[in-house]
Design a protein around this ligand. Sequence first.
Ligand code: MLT
Length: 324
Amino acid sequence: MKIRQIMVVALGVVAAALAQAQPAWPSKPVALVVPFAAGGPTDVVARTFAASMTKTLGQSVVVENRLGAGGTVAAGAVAKAAPDGYTFFIHHNGMATSTALYRKLAYDPLADFEYVSQAVDVPMTLLARKDMPAANLQELLAYLKANESKVNLATAGLGAVSQLCGMLFQRAVGLKFTEVPFQGTAPAMNALLGGQVDLLCDQTTQTIPQIKAGNVKLYGVTTKSRIKSLPNAPTLTEQGLKDFEVVVWHGIYAPKGTPKPVIEKMNAAVRAALKDPDVVKRMDDLGAEIVPDAKLTPEGLQAWLKAEIDKWGPIIKAGGKFAD
Ligand code: MLT
């Protein structure tokens, strides 16, 4: 054997030995970054999945809340994190809508990530403070029209679905309210419960307990049809807001370059969570729907994200709302 061939064989042996010496992934806790406040809807979904994935992976999946700029601070941090299999990210529609809402982003959602899977779809609800003097949507619209300059709408900032839903609502009814941004809808909900803000459009994963307890007033759901967990709540569409539909989807991502075997194991852990009776029950109670199998692949998530960027870009730009 020539010297060069011997060296190639030797290097192969060393590489194989090194690979065997690597501890199996995961050998330490795995971070799941949430871009909004603890206790809010994205956090609820993340913690429900993290508990189940911890059982499957045999290592803790630890939720880390990184707040700011409607989810874009966390997305930028994850894009720059080491692709070593110990940082993952859960985000919703904001991963797509932020590309149209921000003139500059510190990351490219279609180039700087690996895609793991989608998880659940969540409806939204249009809520007002408990003492809002309106018994139904028509009365609410009359009140909002008469008090337009005084009405406050809570959101979780540009890139948040509460902001997207609020923006579409204002556009649909031809009114303009003062938007009050929070770092998640957990603090926004506290402000609504305290009566410091008037309106909040938020996900059922946070709102159902407050609706059922009678702590807030519900004026409609944002889905095409009524939802099982709030059967008496009319849709906004059936009350006259034509084509008003916002459904919140969730994707799980990792920094670009995260090894494929790790992505595959994480994908299997997400699929296992979707069959875990504790996850299924909690998601069902909170109005969330487990997505079909076709959306549970890395390719499925990537294609969905691209389609969502293409869908929301023109809609958002027509509203002319931007952040630098
Ligand atoms: C949250 O978890 O606070 C929400 O998902 C924020 C939002 O997008 O409205």
